[in-house]
Design a binder for this molecule. Structure first.
Ligand SMILES: Nc1ncnc2c1ncn2[C@@H]1O[C@H](COP(=O)(O)OP(=O)(O)OP(=O)(O)O)[C@@H](O)[C@H]1O
Length: 932
C-alpha cells in the first residue's frame, strides 16, 4: 500500500488515537499526526500497525467543520479520497478525506473488523451471550421479580407481578398484618425500575419505620434509597455539597435523588416543603401505614390533601395498610378514591356497593362453574369466557384492580397464638379509675411521678414473668410513652433486666438503636418496652413472647400489636401474656376481645366494624360492668361468627380471588427456579470476570470470592470491592447469610456489567479459522448478530413489546444462510484464533467480499425484522387495547372518566405503533471465519 501525505489512516494497535493523517513519508518510515490526541507517531513502513480508512456508501461521516453527511459516493483524486454525501437538509456536499474529523470512533463492528480492530473470540462469544441473556430476561414473565433476596412466596409474587407490570400501578396493598406488604412494595418498585416503567420513587412512612424501610430495600432488593430528614433538607438548602450534588443545592432537594425515603410528618405545617416535593416529578409514590391519612367528607386532613396532590401528579401510587378500615369505611373509601378517582367518586354509591359483595361473590362462583347468573350486571359482555367475565365483574363492581388483600387463612403456615391471662388484685390506690374511661384502661396515667410502680401489681408481675422467661426475648407493649419510659427504667435500674425503651420521645436514631439492641442475639436486651408506636410496622418476629401491659380500645390496633410477632419468619407459636386488674375496665375489655371477638386466636378484618356495632353497649360496661355484659358477649360472639362467615364467603373470598391466583404464582416461582437452576449464571459471570480481569476463587458450593486483579480491563468491576466480594448463586444461602451477596440475573453486578459489554465495543468484531470437512480451505463465513433498536420516548415503554430480539445470520461464500445448521455455540468450540499479523493480511484481501456478504446479511436481517415488528405491534395492540376497552367499559358506568383520557390512550397506541414500525436493526457483532 502506498502512503501519501494527507491520507487518513487509523492505528489498529491503538484505537484511542483517533483518525491519523500522513504528514511525512520517507523511504522506510512514515509519520502520522493524530490531531484528536495531539500526538505524532513514526512507524517503519514494513510493519506499521495502520489501516487505511475508507468510508463507503451509507456510512455516516463528520468533518472538522461540524458537517454531518451520509456518504453517497467515493472517488479517488491523486491518491486522496473524495466523498460525496447528503447533509441534514438533503443537500449534496463534497468533502476531501483531509477535512474529516479526527475524533472518529470506529465502533461499528464492520468498521472495526475492516480496520483490523479484532477482539478475542471469547469476547465475541461473551457479547453474543450478553445479547441473548438480555433478550431472554426482557421476555421472561418473571422479569423484575427474580432479583430479590426473599423466599418465593406465592401471594407476594402474584401481587408483585400483577401490579409491577402495570403501566401506572395504583393499588392498595392491604394484606393482613405481617404478611409482607413492605416486601410486596419493594418487589413492585424493583420491577418498575427494572423494566423502565418508573425511575423516580418517593416513599413516605411513619418516622419509626424509616430505618427499617431503608435496610429492607437495600438488603432485599439492592435499592439504595436516600433518607431525607429535616437536617438533610436544611443542609441541602444551605448548599452543603455532601448533602447533594453541587448543582442540586440551589435547586429542589427532591430532584437530587431518584429514590427518596422520608416521613410524612416531615411535611406537616410546611407548605413550602410540600410544594418542592410536589414539583419533583415522581413516577411512583408509596405511602406506608396509609390508614393514618386523615379524611372526612367535609374536612380532609393536611396529610391527606398533600398525598392527594402527589397522587394526581404521579402516575403510580401504592398505599399500604393492614387495617384499611381502622378508622372506618368512609376513610377506606377516601384511600380508594386517591387510587382511582374515576372509579371511586361517590361515597354513597360505594357504601351500597360494599353491601353487594356477597352477591358478587356468588356470581363469581357461578361463573366459575360455567353458569351465567341471571342477575349478571348488564354492562358485562356475556359472550366473553368465564375468566374474563369474573375479572370484569371484580373490576367494575368490586374493588378488583385497586385492592389486594391476602389473609392468614389463605396464605397458611402461620403459627398458632395462645392467650395467657393473669388476673391481679386491684390496688386501693386505683379506686379513682372508675371515673374516666381513659384512666380506667390506663390507671397509671394520672400519676405525675413514678410512685404507681410501687403498688401497681402488673409491675411486680412483669418483673417476675420476665425473669421466669429469661433468656427468651419478650416484647412489651403499652399504650403510652410515659408508661413505657417508667417501666423500662424500673426493669433496667431496679430489677436488673436488660431492656430498652421504644417511644415517640426518642430520635429516629435512638429508636433504631433500641430496636437493634433488642434484636441482638448475643448480649442484647431481653426485653423492649414500646409505646403504641412500637405496635406498627416493625419486625420483631425473632421473639415469640408478647406482653400486653394494657389493651387498646380499637381491635385493629390490637391486631397490629400482635402482628409484630405473628408475621412471616415467626418460628414458634406466639405466646400473648395479658396481666389485668380484677374487676377493672381492663378485664372487661379483655373478656370482650377474647370471648366476644376471639381476637387473640384469630385476626379479623372487620374488627373495627364489629367494635362500632357494639360500641354503645360496650362503653358503659367498661365504666361499670353489669349483668347485661354476658348478653353482650353472647351477641358479639354470634355477630362476629356471622361476620367472619360472611367475609369468608363474600368480601374476603372476592378479594382472595383477586389477590392470589395460585396457578399464576406457581408458574412464576417455577420460572424463577428454572432461571436459578443449572450453572448458566455462574458460567456467565466467570466469562465476564475473565474478560474484565477479575480474579475468582472457589468459596463453597455455588459461592465464589471475586477480587480485582492487576490486569483489570476497566478501573473497576461493578460490585467488586477492593478487598474482594463473596457472591452466592444459591437463594437459600443468600437468605441465611447477610454478609454474602446473593447474585441473580437481576443483581446490579450482572445488570451493570451486561450494560458495560453492550455499551462498549467489546467483542463486536472478531476473526478466526475453522476446519470444516468438505469445505475447501479459504472459504469465508460471516457470522452477524443484529438486535432491534427502537428509538422511542421512554414514557411509551415500547421495549416491553419489542425486546432486543437478536437475529443471527451465518452467510457462506455463495451467500447461503447456515445459522441453523451451525449454531453459534458449536462455532465457538471449533473456532481457532489467528495471529494478528495474519489476520491483518487476510482482512486486507477480503474487504470487498466482506462488503458483499454484509449486503446479503443486511437484506436477510431486514426481512426478518419486518416479522418481528409486525408481531410486536400485534402484541402492543392487544395489551393496550384491553386497557382501552376497560376504560371504555368503566366510562359507561362512570361518567367521571373523561373522553380526553380515552383519547390519550388511543393516541398512545398509535404513537407506539409508529415507533415500532420505525424500529431498525443494529449490528451488534461480526465475526469473520475462514476455513483452513
Ligand atoms: N418473601 C419473604 N422472604 C423472607 N422474609 C420475608 C418475606 N416476606 C416478608 N418477610 C419478612 O417478614 C416480615 C414481615 O414483612 P413486612 O414487614 O413486609 O410485612 P407487612 O405486611 O408490611 O407488615 P405490617 O402489616 O406489620 O406493616 C419482615 O421481617 C420481612 O422481612
Amino acid at each position: 500500500m502506498e502512503y501519501l501525505i494527507g491520507q487518513r489512516w487509523v492505528s489498529h494497535a491503538d484505537a484511542q488515537l483517533g483518525l491519523g493523517v500522513v504528514v511525512d513519508v520517507e523511504p522506510r518510515r512514515i509519520t502520522l499526526s493524530f490531531p484528536a490526541v495531539g500526538e505524532e507517531r513514526t512507524y517503519a513502513i514494513d510493519n506499521a500497525p495502520l489501516t487505511r480508512l475508507r468510508f463507503k456508501e451509507g456510512d455516516h461521516i463528520s468533518t472538522v467543520e461540524g458537517l454531518e453527511l451520509i456518504v453517497t459516493g467515493v472517488s479517488e483524486h491523486q491518491g486522496l479520497l473524495m466523498y460525496a454525501g447528503t447533509d441534514h437538509h438533503e443537500q449534496e456536499q463534497h468533502v476531501s478525506e483531509l477535512e474529516l474529523d479526527a475524533f472518529v470512533q470506529l465502533t461499528t463492528p464492520q468498521q472495526r473488523l475492516l480496520n483490523g480492530h479484532f477482539d478475542r473470540n471469547e469476547d465475541f462469544a461473551l457479547r453474543v451471550a450478553t445479547v441473548q441473556h438480555t433478550d431472554r430476561l426482557q421476555r421472561s414473565p418473571a422479569r423484575g421479580l427474580m432479583g430479590s433476596r426473599t423466599s418465593l412466596l406465592p401471594h407476594q409474587l402474584y401481587i408483585a407481578n400483577e401490579v409491577g407490570q402495570r403501566h401506572a400501578p395504583r393499588v392498595l396493598l392491604a394484606d393482613e398484618v405481617g404478611l409482607g406488604k413492605t416486601i410486596e412494595a419493594g418487589m413492585i418498585i424493583h420491577q418498575q425500575l427494572m423494566t423502565g416503567r418508573a425511575s423516580r420513587a418517593l416513599v413516605l412512612v411513619p418516622p419509626s419505620l424509616l430505618h427499617q424501610w431503608l435496610v429492607e430495600m437495600l438488603r432485599r432488593f439492592n435499592l439504595h434509597f436516600s433518607l431525607f430528614d429535616a437536617d438533610r433538607i436544611a443542609a441541602m438548602a444551605e448548599g452543603d455539597p455532601e448533602a447533594g450534588t453541587e448543582d442540586d443545592t440551589a435547586g429542589n432537594p427532591f430532584e437530587a435523588e431518584q429514590l427518596v425515603l422520608c416521613s410524612l410528618e416531615l411535611f406537616a405545617d410546611d407548605p413550602a416543603l410540600q410544594q418542592r416535593a410536589l414539583d419533583a416529578d415522581w413516577d411512583l409514590v408509596v405511602v406506608d401505614e396509609a390508614h393514618h391519612l386523615h379524611w372526612s367528607e367535609q374536612s380532609p386532613g393536611e396529610d391527606y390533601r398533600f398525598v392527594e396532590q402527589l397522587s394526581t401528579r404521579s402516575a403510580g401510587l401504592l398505599l399500604l395498610t393492614a387495617t384499611p378500615e381502622q378508622i372506618g369505611q368512609d376513610s377506606h373509601f377516601a384511600r380508594l378514591r386517591l387510587l382511582d378517582p374515576s372509579r371511586f367518586h361517590d361515597l354513597q354509591a360505594f357504601r351500597e356497593e360494599e353491601k353487594q359483595y356477597r352477591q358478587l361473590s356468588a356470581m363469581a362462583d357461578m361463573l366459575e362453574q360455567g353458569d351465567i347468573p341471571g342477575d349478571l350486571p348488564a354492562d358485562l359482555d356475556r359472550t366473553q369466557d368465564a375468566e374474563t367475565l369474573i375479572e370484569q365483574l371484580l373490576d367494575r363492581h368490586g374493588t378488583g384492580r385497586v385492592l389486594f388483600r391476602n389473609t392468614r387463612a389463605a396464605v397458611e403456615g402461620f403459627p398458632a397464638r395462645h392467650l395467657h391471662r393473669y388476673p391481679l388484685e386491684q390496688p386501693d390506690a386505683y379506686a379513682h379509675a372508675q371515673l374516666e374511661l381513659e384512666y380506667a384502661l390506663h390507671p397509671e396515667l394520672p400519676y405525675q411521678d413514678d410512685s404507681w410502680l410501687d403498688f401497681d401489681p402488673r409491675v411486680a408481675w412483669l418483673e417476675k414473668t420476665l425473669k421466669a422467661l429469661r433468656p427468651q426475648k419478650v416484647l412489651v407493649i403499652c399504650g403510652n410513652a410515659s408508661t413505657a419510659v417508667a417501666l423500662e427504667h424500673h426493669l433496667h435500674l431496679r430489677a436488673g433486666i436488660r431492656s430498652a425503651a421504644f417511644y415517640e420521645g426518642l430520635s429516629i436514631l435512638e429508636r433504631d438503636r433500641a430496636a437493634a439492641y433488642f434484636a441482638d442475639e448475643a448480649g442484647g436486651a431481653q426485653t423492649l418496652v414500646c409505646s403504641e408506636i412500637g405496635s406498627e410496622g416493625r419486625n420483631f418476629q425473632f421473639a415469640h413472647h408478647l406482653i400486653l401491659f394494657d389493651l387498646p380500645l380499637n381491635p385493629d390496633l390490637l391486631e397490629q400489636r400482635i402482628g409484630r410477632l405473628d408475621r412471616i419468619g415467626q418460628q414458634h407459636d406466639v405466646e400473648i401474656h395479658v396481666p389485668y386488674l380484677e374487676g377493672s375496665a381492663q378485664e372487661t375489655l379483655l373478656d370482650w376481645y377474647d370471648r366476644g371477638m376471639d381476637l387473640f386466636r384469630d385476626a379479623c378484618s372487620a374488627g373495627y366494624m364489629i367494635f362500632q356495632t357494639f360500641r354503645e353497649r360496650l362503653l358503659p360496661e367498661l365504666a361499670q360492668r353489669s349483668a347485661a355484659f354476658e348478653q353482650l358477649l353472647t351477641d358479639t360472639a354470634e355477630f362476629t361468627l356471622r361476620t367472619r362467615k360472611e367475609l369468608r364467603e363474600g368480601r374476603d373470598r372476592l378479594l382472595e380471588r383477586n389477590s392470589c391466583k395460585r396457578e399464576i404464582a406457581v408458574g412464576l416461582i417455577e420460572e424463577i427456579a428454572l432461571l436459578e437452576a443449572g450453572d448458566d449464571l455462574e458460567r456467565y459471570l466467570e466469562t465476564l470476570c475473565d474478560a474484565f480481569g477479575v480474579d475468582q476463587e472457589f468459596h463453597s458450593e455455588q459461592t465464589l470470592v471475586l477480587r480485582p486483579s492487576e490486569h483489570m480491563l476497566t478501573g473497576h468491576f461493578p460490585g467488586v470491592k477492593d478487598e474482594g466480594t463473596t457472591v452466592t448463586f444459591s437463594r437459600e444461602k443468600g437468605l441465611a447469610r447477610e454478609d454474602i451477596d446473593f447474585v441473580t440475573w437481576e443483581h446490579p453486578m450482572i445488570i451493570e456489567s451486561m450494560d458495560m459489554v453492550l455499551s462498549t465495543e467489546l467483542g463486536n468484531a472478531a476473526l478466526g479459522t475453522i476446519k470444516l470437512k468438505g469445505v475447501p480451505a479459504g472459504t469465508l463465513l460471516l457470522e452477524a448478530i443484529y438486535t432491534v433498536n427502537c428509538v422511542a420516548p421512554k414514557y411509551l415503554q415500547v421495549e416491553r413489546f419489542l425486546p432486543l430480539s437478536p437475529i443471527r445470520l451465518l452467510v457462506d461464500a455463495r451467500g447461503k444462510e447456515l445459522a441453523e445448521l451451525v449454531p453459534h455455540e458449536r462455532l465457538n468450540t471449533l473456532v481457532e484464533r489467528v495471529k494478528k499479523s495474519t489476520a491483518l493480511a487476510i482482512i486486507k484481501q477480503v474487504h470487498e467480499e466482506v462488503d458483499a456478504k454484509m449486503r446479503l446479511a443486511n437484506a436477510q436481517a431486514e426481512s426478518r425484522l419486518r416479522t418481528v415488528l409486525e408481531s410486536a405491534e400485534v402484541q402492543m395492540r392487544a395489551d393496550l387495547g384491553a386497557e382501552l376497552e376497560r376504560l371504555e367499559a368503566l366510562r359507561r358506568v362512570n361518567p367521571a372518566i373523561r373522553e380526553a383520557e380515552l383519547e390519550h390512550l388511543r393516541h398512545r397506541i398509535e404513537e407506539c405503533a409508529v415507533h415500532i414500525r420505525h424500529a431498525s436493526l443494529q449490528l451488534q457483532a461480526l465475526r469473520l471465519i475462514i476455513t483452513t
